[in-house]
Design a protein around this ligand. Structure first.
Ligand SMILES: Cc1ncc(C[n+]2csc(CCOP(=O)(O)OP(=O)(O)O)c2C)c(N)n1
Ligand SMILES: [Mg+2]
Length: 741
């Protein structure tokens, strides 16, 4: 029978077996093993097909399966030698990946692989050397520049999208990618700047049976089916999510659980059997390509090695189960078939294994000789390098406006800026809950919704349903689809209706959007502008319509965070965000949307507000207030009432923020009061105060002081809300406390 040489705990080969590929030759009883390569039957078999598969392809895929397994084995050895730092294998999944790859098109279709997709990725064109460069963390690891764990694939040449680690989070960006492909190819010959797509492309996304428990998987299926998108889901079911068996994971196999999804074609296959995958994959892939809707392949695979190098599966899997997997190992199964078909002799099989081993050994030498990353570059690729010197806005809001431009408050300024953005760039698409006007067939009869705050009113009417559309009530779905579209070069503008409900999208914001550029060492980018209504001072908003929490997002490397407090700044920041190549969190304070004091003349087209540039909202010489959002106007009122010479800085941009402006002001005033609507403890004001304490100490006459919300939740009853959020009198008292100390 077939014998896998693994460590005694099933964790992979021992160091002693470093010289051989871990798949041992299968020695069947009977005569086949004894036959020679000159055997006539064998020569005949090599020319034709075996079980419907051209023998040349069979042999090439067998070779790749061996290369895949040998690469796993080599990574395990490197890790045990402390020359690699992690290992997770594709062992047991080889036949599935190779069989599917025969129906897929690298550089044409789009790929969101799982970490067990080594064989698929090899078949798409990535080399073992490139994989091992990642395993050792080399500077020239093409997938991540030494930033990501092994088997976190990414290769622009083949449309293999940079991979993150959260299980399941790839599913929604994959749907966004498919959505983008349809939109881009719909623009035909004219095309869209920087975007390419094929009319019959598909998006491949794979995951384990464990990862199907994630909500993001289900949210993605919802949209893939509703829009009948060309998405091929592959669930590689090896029976375990680390140590959790599938029976503890879900009430039924995934192919049964998804049966209620209208429009999803579901297929159960034995992914251990290369020939079965080859037989079934072409029709499944063709149906997705033809636009018949998404398909889900539920494939049985094995996991001969432990989950990863940090796991010992013999601790939680019975021996008989592991033995059974050895028998069903996809490579052993393939070898039995090859011998049965007399395509190769046992000696030739052995020779192929040796060739695979030696090829991977050479690749390992390349990887080990490669230079390591320069530690000084660890902050590179968090954001795009600025393409041009940022244009500095006028210090007087609205000064650059044309004279006949309307005078508008913050909300209307945003609405007009959105119309302008969509008119200027067809890559801009806006979507979220309630953002559209009305169902397309009724739009001529109705006024239209245009968002619960009216900020997107008229966008669907003016630019069409494929530019401004409603999404399911699912925040991760909204942001994740934007991630997939941004990756394809579009300029998505997802909207989160209330900041209070942003949390289910946090994974897509923090782990996906914000890391795409960094984790791919600048190979991929994710431009998107995430508009979010935020903040309190509403009277009646209560806890879930009044939240702040800017500091949580300012803490996310790679994310730009802005919050304008007046109309011209909103327009200037929105334009800058759309000019850029990075994810931007654009916070629209609900209380400010219709306030007269936010009004400006709508700025002329060239007006931009650069990121990281504050605005002196009120000059003064005795004390500096640094603030943003709804507390700007409250600080201005407090400053007037105090009678003191108070300078008020409106940061506008929270990450990055204008440290230079704050330092220069403090150098003049010697007093700093930081005011913000965030809770006091760990609010963004704490960051400003800490920075000023460190960098402006010599200029400060007294310690920095902070005013923030009362470290509780905003309650419904108005006097309770007042007691929670900073009020004008609190700020005025804060001014005098500082000036008199
Ligand atoms: C969101 C998230 N939670 C936990 C983990 C840690 N983790 C990594 S792989 C894994 C198990 C995944 O199981 P499955 O999807 O069945 O894939 P398999 O490893 O079996 O191929 C877990 C829990 C993670 N990466 N992401
Ligand atoms: Mg699994």
């Amino acid at each position: 029978m077939a014998v896998l040489v693994t460590g005694s705990d099933g964790a992979g080969p021992d160091l002693e077996s470093a010289g051989s590929c871990s798949v041992d030759i299968w020695q069947p009883s009977g005569s086949v093993a004894g036959e020679t390569s000159n055997d006539n039957a064998q020569r005949g078999a090599r020319r034709g097909k075996y079980r419907g598969v051209p023998v040349a392809e069979l042999l090439e895929d067998y070779r790749l399966a061996l290369v895949s397994r040998c690469t796993d084995d080599r990574e395990i050895i490197l890790q045990k030698q402390s020359r690699g730092f992690f290992h997770i294998s594709g062992a047991g999944h080889e036949a599935l990946g190779l069989g599917l790859a025969r129906s897929l098109r690298p550089g044409y279709d789009w790929f969101f692989p799982y970490y067990r997709d080594r064989s698929l990725v090899l078949a798409l064109g990535v080399t073992p050397a490139e994989m091992l460069l990642q395993a050792v963390g080399a500077a020239n690891d093409p997938a991540s520049g030494g930033r990501q764990m092994p088997c976190h694939f990414g290769d622009r040449r083949f449309n293999i999208v940079t991979q993150s680690s959260p299980t399941g989070s790839q599913c929604i960006p994959a749907v966004g990618c498919a959505e983008a492909g349809r939109y881009i190819s719909g623009h035909g010959e004219k095309g869209l700047a920087g975007c390419t797509a094929q009319a019959d492309e598909l998006t491949y996304v794979s995951l384990g049976e464990g990862a199907t428990s994630q909500g993001e998987f289900w949210e993605s299926l919802n949209t893939a089916c509703t829009l009948r998108l060309p998405v091929l889901y592959v669930v590689a079911d090896n029976g375990y999510a680390i140590s959790v068996p599938v029976r503890q994971q879900a009430p039924a196999p995934i192919s049964e659980l998804v049966k209620g999804f209208a429009g999803l074609s579901v297929h159960r296959i034995d992914g251990r059997d290369y020939f079965e995958v080859r037989k079934k994959a072409p029709a499944i892939v063709a149906s997705v390509r033809e636009g018949l809707g998404p398909a889900l392949v539920h494939a049985t695979v094995t996991r001969p090695y432990s989950h990863s190098c940090a796991d010992t599966q013999s601790k939680y899997r019975p021996k008989h189960e592991l033995d059974d997997e050895i028998w069903h190992d996809p490579i052993s199964t393939l070898e039995r078939a090859i011998l049965e078909a007399k395509v190769l002799s046992p000696e030739e099989l052995a020779q192929m294994r040796e060739e695979a081993r030696s090829l991977v050994a050479d690749a390992a030498k390349v990887a080990l000789d490669a230079p390591r990353p320069d530690p000084s570059g660890v902050r590179e690729h968090l954001r795009a390098a600025p393409v041009a010197a940022p244009q500095v806005s006028s210090p007087v809001p609205g000064e650059e406006a044309e004279h006949d431009a309307p005078v508008v408050a913050l909300g209307e300024a945003i609405r007009l800026a959105l119309h302008e953005a969509m008119a200027r760039d067809t890559r801009v698409r806006l979507f979220g809950q309630d953002v559209a006007d009305a169902p397309p067939e009724l739009i001529d009869e109705l006024v239209g919704q245009g968002g619960v705050f009216g900020t997107t009113l008229g966008l669907q009417r003016n630019f069409g349903h494929d530019r401004c559309y409603n999404t399911p009530l699912a925040e991760a779905n909204i942001v994740g689809r934007a991630v997939g579209q941004g990756i394809r070069g579009l300029r998505p503008m997802p909207e989160i209706q209330f900041f209070d409900y942003i949390w289910t999208a946090m994974q897509q914001i923090k782990s996906e959007a914000a890391t795409v550029r960094w984790r791919s060492a600048g190979e991929w980018s994710c431009p998107l502008v995430l508009r979010v209504a935020i903040g309190g001072y509403l009277a009646g908003g209560a806890i879930w319509h009044s939240q702040s929490g800017v500091s949580i997002f300012a803490h996310v490397p790679g994310l730009i965070v802005v919050m304008p407090s007046r109309a011209s700044d909103a327009v200037g920041l929105l334009r800058t965000a759309l000019d850029g190549e990075d994810p931007v969190l654009f916070l629209e304070h609900k209380h400010l949307l219709r306030q007269r004091y936010t009004e400006d003349r709508f700025p002329a087209p060239g007006f931009r507000v650069p990121f990281g540039k504050g605005r002196i909202a009120r000059p003064g010489g005795d004390l500096t207030i640094v603030t943003y959002g709804a507390t700007v106007e409250r600080s201005l009122r407090a400053a007037s009432r105090s009678g003191a010479s108070v300078e008020v800085i409106d940061l506008r941009s929270i990450m990055p923020w204008d440290q230079g402006m704050v330092a220069a002001s403090v150098a003049r005033t010697g007093h700093l009061l930081v005011v913000s609507e965030d809770n006091l403890t760990c609010g963004f004001g704490a960051e400003i105060a800490a920075w000023a304490g460190e960098h402006c100490f010599g200029d400060l006459d007294v310690p920095v002081s902070r005013i923030g919300a009362a470290d509780t939740n905003v309650a419904y009853e108005p006097t309770l809300e007042r007691a929670t959020l900073p009020q004008v009198e609190d700020i005025e008292a804060g001014i005098w406390r500082l000036l008199s100390s």
